[in-house]
Design a protein. Sequence first.
Length: 135
Amino acid sequence: MQRQYKGQLSGLYLWNAANKSTKAEFMEEITKLQEVNIDAYNYIMKVPLKHWALHAFENYVKSDHVTNNISECFNVWMEIFRAQPAPSILEGMRRKMMQRMTKRLEEGRNWASNIPPLVKKKLSERQDDLRFVCK
């Protein structure tokens, strides 16, 4: 499409329309494209909106990876409690969470500043890189 329908204005309206999250906003932008370049409008409208327009994307989760990863971690935690009655399971989970939060609190208290060490390291690396870019 870029080669066929050149022009900054057409591309601008197309990208603006594609990135709108509601149908009303999308229609407002796509109408501008139609006014500027009817051929580009007709060409792009032949492609189903679900493939390129944000407002038309399906909003259900297509991958359960994150959920699956969390449940796997939870299941590893729960292995030691499985044979116990429900109150013992809940107490075990509570203790595990408290231990984890206490450990993180203690680690945070040992930091030299309010910025986490990993973030500080990344900022330092980027700062070093920028010294060579900005002169």
